[in-house]
Write a protein that binds this ligand. Structure first.
Ligand SMILES: CC(=O)CC(=O)SCCNC(=O)CCNC(=O)[C@H](O)C(C)(C)COP(=O)(O)OP(=O)(O)OC[C@H]1O[C@@H](n2cnc3c(N)ncnc32)[C@H](O)[C@@H]1OP(=O)(O)O
Ligand SMILES: NC(=O)C1=CN([C@@H]2O[C@H](COP(=O)(O)OP(=O)(O)OC[C@H]3O[C@@H](n4cnc5c(N)ncnc54)[C@H](OP(=O)(O)O)[C@@H]3O)[C@@H](O)[C@H]2O)C=CC1
Length: 291
C-alpha cells in the first residue's frame, strides 16, 4: 500500500509534532482535535518550529511553506476517512483512546492502518477492540518530535508483518530510526525513563534536594540534557503519572508506586509547561521552581 495522507487525532504537543514531521516529508496531513483552540495553537506551534528550522538552515522557506500547505485541520473526525494511516495522539487515558477509535472506525477505509502514539497502554488490548487488530500498531514518537531520532514500534499480538514493514518504511521516510519494542507496559524508553523521573520526585518529596539541586545534579552529574523535573514538566505531569499507573497496575510491583507528590501536582492542575506551571512556574520571564 502507498501511504500518502495521514490523519492525526489530538493536536497537543505530540500531535502537532507528528503533523509537522509528516508534512515536512511530503505526506498530506489531516489534524483533528475536540477543541478549536487546540487546532489553532497547534498550527501556531508548527509554524514557530518550522521557522526555527528555517533560521537554523535545516530547511528552506519554500519547504516550510510547502509543509504548512499540506496540513489541514478539522473538528470532524469523519474527515479522516480518506487517510491511509491514522495516528492517535490524544490524552494518555484508555477511555479517551477507546472512544476515539469507536467514532473513527466507521469512517475508515478497510486498508487504512491504525496506529497509536500511546506511551504506555497495551497495544494488544487497544487493538482487540477495533475491527482491524492486524492493522493496528504502536508508533511511539519522542518529544520534541521534530528533534528526536527514535520511534518505538510496538506490535500487538495480532499485528501483521505487512503493517509492521509498512511502518518501518514510513519512519525511515521521516528520517527517523525505528526500534522494535515488545508490548509490555510502557515499552522500552518509558519503562526506564519514567521510573527515573518518579524517583526524582521522591527525592524532592523526601527533601533530599530541591527542584534546582535535583535538576542540576542530573544535568552536571550525569550529563542529561534536561534535569528530570524539567523533563517531567516538558513531558506533562499528567502523562508521567498515567505511565506510572500503567506500570504499577500492569507489573504489580511496588517499585512503580507513583510518588504522592506527583499525584498532588496533577490534582492541582500543575501539569508542567503546557499548563504554565509544574515543578517550575513558567508564567514569568524565566522558569521559577515551585519548591
Ligand atoms: C514520555 C514519552 O512517551 C517519551 C518521550 O518523549 S520522553 C522525552 C524524550 N525527550 C527528551 O528526553 C528530551 C531531552 N531534552 C533534549 O534533548 C534537549 O533539551 C532539547 C533537544 C529538547 C532542546 O535542546 P537545547 O540544546 O536545550 O535547545 P536548543 O539548542 O534550542 O535546541 C537543540 C536543537 O533542537 C531544535 N529544537 C528544539 N526544540 C524543537 C522543536 N520543538 N521543534 C523543532 N526543533 C526544535 C533546535 O532547533 C536545535 O536544532 P539544531 O541543534 O539542529 O540547531
Ligand atoms: N508528552 C510526551 O512527552 C509524550 C506523549 N506521548 C503520548 O502522546 C499522546 C498525547 O500526549 P501529549 O501530546 O503530550 O498530550 P497533550 O495533553 O499535549 O495533548 C492531548 C490532546 O488530545 C486532545 N484530546 C483529548 N481528547 C480527545 C478526543 N476525544 N479527540 C481528539 N483529541 C482529544 C486534547 O484536547 P484537550 O486539551 O481539549 O483535552 C489535547 O489537545 C499520549 O498518549 C501520550 O502518552 C508519547 C510520547 C511522548
Amino acid at each position: 500500500m502507498t501511504i500518502e495522507t495521514v490523519g492525526v487525532v489530538g493536536a497537543g504537543q505530540m500531535g502537532n509534532g507528528i503533523a509537522h514531521v509528516f508534512a515536512l516529508s511530503g505526506f498530506g496531513v489531516i489534524l483533528t482535535d475536540v477543541a478549536p483552540e487546540s487546532l489553532d495553537k497547534a498550527l501556531t506551534t508548527i509554524t514557530r518550529n518550522l521557522d526555527r528550522q528555517v533560521s537554523r538552515e535545516k530547511i528552506t522557506a519554500e519547504q516550510k511553506d510547502a509543509a504548512l500547505a499540506r496540513i489541514r485541520t478539522t473538528l470532524d473526525i469523519a474527515e479522516l476517512g480518506q487517510t491511509d494511516l491514522v495516528i492517535e495522539a490524544a490524552t494518555e487515558r484508555e477511555s479517551v483512546k477507546q472512544s476515539i477509535f469507536d467514532s473513527l472506525l466507521p469512517h475508515l477505509k478497510p486498508e487504512t492502518i491504525l496506529a497509536t502514539n500511546t506511551s504506555s497502554i497495551s497495544i494488544t488490548r487497544l487493538a482487540s477492540r477495533t475491527d482491524r487488530p492486524e492493522k493496528f500498531i504502536g508508533v511511539h514518537f519522542m518529544n520534541p518530535v521534530p528533534v528526536m531520532q527514535l520511534v518505538e514500534l510496538i506490535r500487538g499480538i495480532a499485528t501483521d508483518e505487512a503493517t509492521y514493514n509498512e511502518l518501518i518504511g514510513v519512519i525511515e521516510t521521516l528520517g527517523k530510526t525505528p526500534a522494535s519494542a515488545e508490548d509490555f507496559p510502557a515499552f522500552i524508553v518509558n519503562r526506564i525513563l519514567i521510573p527515573m523521573i518518579n524517583e526524582a520526585v521522591y527525592t524532592l518529596y523526601e527533601g533530599v534536594g530541591n527542584v534546582r539541586s535535583i535538576d542540576m545534579a542530573m544535568k552536571l552529574g550525569a550529563n542529561h540534557p534536561m534535569g528530570p523535573l524539567e523533563l517531567a514538566d516538558f513531558i506533562g505531569l499528567d502523562t508521567c503519572l498515567a505511565i506510572m499507573n500503567v506500570l504499577h497496575d500492569g507489573l504489580a510491583d511496588t517499585k512503580y508506586r507513583p510518588c504522592p507528590l506527583l499525584t498532588k501536582y496533577v490534582e492541582a492542575g500543575w501539569l508542567g509547561r503546557k499548563a504554565g506551571r509544574g515543578f517550575y512556574d513558567y508564567r514569568g520571564e524565566t522558569p521559577v521552581p515551585t519548591r
